[in-house]
Write a protein that binds this ligand. Structure first.
Ligand SMILES: Cc1ncc(COP(=O)(O)O)c(C=O)c1O
Length: 424
């Protein structure tokens, strides 16, 4: 179904199911559609990004620099989600499993295009944790097989591998990452050294949540594939944030969350499995034919929110309207905008690269002699900032993750707060 006919269908369904006795939720319902100007350096066009900000329902009392954890949905996405939710409540089984679910294949196609994958390689699920757990617990591994991980992989993914270690006797080999890394060969070498003839799998985090480091996943994957390993990529943070193409990376399995940078409803994700690997990967929840090569075998998740899933189509539409490249450039621009103003202050350590190929929107800083908690308490004397705490591998730092709706004024307040804290 095309985007237009999908919208017409929804509108007709809602009208046909009799007028809904609800007032519109958003003042933004009358929002003028966003016009995206075509000019060079759109990432610096503050008037345009102020209009983008209008497309969100923000709490002006909170300066939200914690978008890496979970991102907000734009008004068009919230409206589509709520419309479908209300429609579903008219006759849940009918609307959830038939009318709305009929758009599932459209969503699969759009996600595949967005992630540079084949349509039949994309499973729609609830989040990265579910996608990667499917892979970690679904691979055919036996006692003594080795898996390469790193000390900056996401804790719950490490836990999943450790559980396999406890149950099945696989061996985990940990790469220690000296972050930030700005040398592709260095990163590849670190992983190469951890691989032995017994290594079956290499697990790589695409964008490291602790510091925003973008790893050279394509190059590490190429090396690992040459050595005969299967490659699992944790792209929780990559989608709609930094360039992402499953085909270009060349890995076997990749999982992402749609509720982070893409701005889809909470609890939406995708798992990508290379065509020739679908049959051998066991699903986490058993369908009728667990050894089938149908990607849908990974979608037997029981009852879940179909309105949330289908509103991911509206999030994709919103992202495409802005333009993926414009988004990547803006996120990089605002990260560097504030980091460049504080990086040379006494006592500050920046744990993130400022180069576009090694970082995106997120940056992590520490301050000599201060814990993450003390930094947060200190900067909140200027304004109420929500930030991420990074207490991991000896780092005691804060992660700042702004988003496309962030204003330079908010970043100026952060710079002022940091300067106040270090006494400048
Ligand atoms: C690197 C990484 N992997 C996996 C996850 C899990 O994502 P989700 O909670 O959406 O499953 C996160 C969440 O922040 C993450 O940062």
């Amino acid at each position: 179904m095309s985007e237009i006919s999908r919208k017409q269908f929804l509108k007709q369904s809602i009208l046909a199911s009799a007028a809904l006795p609800f007032a519109p939720m958003f003042a933004g319902s009358e929002l003028a559609p966003l016009q995206v100007p075509e000019h060079a350096e759109l990432e610096k066009d503050e008037a345009f990004w102020a209009e983008v900000r209008q497309q969100f329902t923000l709490d002006e009392k909170v300066i939200n620099f914690n978008n890496g954890s979970v991102g907000p949905q734009s008004i068009p996405v919230q409206e589509a989600h709520i419309d479908m939710y209300r429609l579903s409540n008219k006759a849940p089984a009918h609307y959830l499993w038939h009318e709305l679910n009929d758009q599932r294949e459209t969503l699969r196609e759009e996600l595949a295009k967005l992630m540079g994958a084949e349509t039949e390689e994309v499973a729609i699920n609830r989040n990265t944790t579910e996608g990667l757990s499917t892979v970690i617990f679904g691979l055919n591994l036996k006692a003594g097989d080795e898996v390469v991980i790193s000390d900056f992989d996401y804790p719950f993914m490490l836990n999943a591998w450790r559980q396999r270690q406890m149950r099945d006797g696989i061996i985990l080999k940990e790469v220690k990452l000296p972050l930030p890394i700005e040398d592709v060969d260095q990163a590849v070498e670190l992983y190469r050294k951890a691989i032995t003839p017994k290594t079956k799998v290499v697990h790589i985090t695409h964008v490291i949540n602790w510091t925003g480091q973008v790893m050279p996943v394509k190059e590490i994957t190429a090396m690992a594939k040459e050595k005969g390993c299967e490659v699992v990529v944790d792209s929780a943070h990559a989608l709609a944030h930094v360039p992402l193409s499953f085909k270009e990376i060349g890995c076997d399995y990749l999982a992402t969350s749609l509720h982070k940078w893409l701005g889809a409803p909470f609890g939406t994700g995708a798992l990508v499995v290379k065509k020739e690997k679908k049959a051998s990967l066991w699903p986490l929840m058993s369908p009728y034919e667990p050894q089938s090569d149908d990607i849908k075998k990974f979608e037997f998740l029981g009852t879940r929110s179909i309105p949330a899933e289908m509103a991911a189509l509206d999030a994709i539409e919103f992202h495409q309207k802005l333009g993926a490249e414009n988004v990547h450039k803006r996120l990089h621009y605002i990260k560097n905008y504030w980091v460049n103003q504080v990086k040379d202050l006494k006592g500050i350590t920046v744990h993130t690269s400022l180069k576009p190929e090694f970082g995106g929107a997120m940056a992590t800083i520490s301050i000599d002699g201060k814990t993450a908690g003390e930094i947060v308490t200190g900067i909140r004397k200027t304004a109420y900032f929500d930030v991420g705490y990074v207490v991991w591998n000896g780092m005691d730092a804060v992660r700042i993750s702004p988003h496309i709706y962030t204003s330079l004024h908010e970043l100026d307040l952060l710079v002022e707060a940091i300067k106040n804290l270090v006494g400048k």
